[in-house]
Design a protein around this ligand. Structure first.
Ligand code: F6R
Length: 339
């Protein structure tokens, strides 16, 4: 049985189809933001308040925008807005379910502060709170198997919302990235299968820099949630100032190092990737290097996100586990008395 057949067999809720549908999600997200007819307005910057699979879109959008983000685009994970937040900030509350307590708390805090708010959700308490306060809602489709598979929606929402607070619009770039992903489909599947084979039986440590730092984080969280495996991520150059020391004491077969490279990285970051890969090789079960593919930052970013998502699914197939159920997260939320 091929790896793809094995994946289809365990993937009862069709996450593979959801990853392959990222191009459609991107186009649909742009349409949904457009339909929300958000009024232009001045702001000091944008804060995306969200958790987990709904939060990563904010960081990915900031990375894709890069220097085109002339005002801050921050992602806030937690119950409170930063103490320095003023009413001039645009607060975008993103929650796929609409029931994440941290995001609901930020929604309320932003309202109490008098900041401009936008919600992006399929419904739940977030949609109720938004409707009650006349806050515009970007409605998301409830048909996606899990919140983390709605990453393209959260990315496009954050990128578009940030244009209300000083970022250049990249909607045409997002549209082109959708086409690029469609054209890359076979190559991505093949590459992902190969990388999953290289990572098998090890704990991956994923490194990114600049554009690929939030991508590394996405790979890590997808490897946690889909195949239910430990994984870690770190950012260069910072990791060269501490983490490389830790490889000294690692058991040879325990960890794999994976580096996500991009042409736009600072030349010194690219050199650091080279040298860090060499430095850890002697203590790693394997070293994998991935170079992003695509013309624009958005194309390369989304290409790398899709690749990581697929790798996580192939890892689930290797373990024979259905990638979709997240029993540990759900039972934790129940123990906490959260929805
Ligand atoms: C589930 C997932 C989680 C959720 C998080 C927040 O697929 O990835 O990280 O995204 O628990 O829930 P939502 O997205 O509904 O606000």
């Amino acid at each position: 049985m091929s790896a793809l057949e094995r994946l289809r067999e365990v993937d009862a809720h069709h996450q593979l189809e959801a990853v392959l549908a990222i191009p459609d999600h991107l186009r649909d997200a742009l349409w949904r933001v457009e339909s929300a007819r958000l009024a232009p307005g001045e702001a000091r910057g944008t804060m995306v308040c969200a958790m987990g699979g709904s939060a990563i879109g904010g960081e990915l959008a900031a990375a894709a925008l890069g220097e085109r983000c002339t005002l801050p685009l921050l992602t806030v994970r937690g119950y409170e807005l930063p103490a320095w937040t003023t009413p001039e900030w645009l607060v975008v509350c993103c929650s796929y379910s609409g029931n994440t307590e941290e995001t609901l708390a930020c929604m309320e805090a932003a309202g109490a502060l008098g900041a401009r708010r936008i919600a992006a959700t399929t419904g739940g308490q977030l949609a109720d709170a938004a409707r009650a306060a006349d806050v515009p809602v970007i409605g998301l489709p409830a048909t996606i198997p899990v919140p983390r598979a709605a990453v393209a929606y959260m990315f496009a929402v954050a990128a578009e919302a940030a244009t209300l607070a000083g970022a250049s619009r990249i909607h045409t770039e997002i549209d082109a990235a959708a086409a690029h992903l469609e054209g890359s489909r076979e190559g991505l599947l093949e590459r992902a299968e190969g990388i999953a084979a290289e990572l098998e039986g090890t704990v991956p440590v994923i490194y990114g820099a600049d554009l690929t730092a939030p991508v590394a984080r996405r790979w890590k969280t997808q490897i946690n949630e889909n195949p239910k495996l430990p994984a870690f991520w770190a950012e260069l150059p910072e990791a060269d100032h501490n983490e490389i020391e830790g490889w000294e004491g690692s058991e040879r077969e325990a960890f794999s190092a994976l580096f996500i490279e991009d042409v736009d990285q600072h030349p010194r970051e690219r050199r650091r990737i080279e040298l860090t890969a060499e430095a850890v090789a002697g203590n790693a079960a394997g070293v994998v290097r991935v170079a992003t593919e695509g013309e624009t930052r958005t194309e390369r970013l989304l290409w790398a996100v899709a690749l990581g998502d697929l790798v996580s699914l192939f890892l689930a197939a290797q373990r024979g586990v259905d990638p979709t159920p997240i029993d540990a997260i759900e039972s934790f939320k129940r123990r906490l008395g959260s929805t």
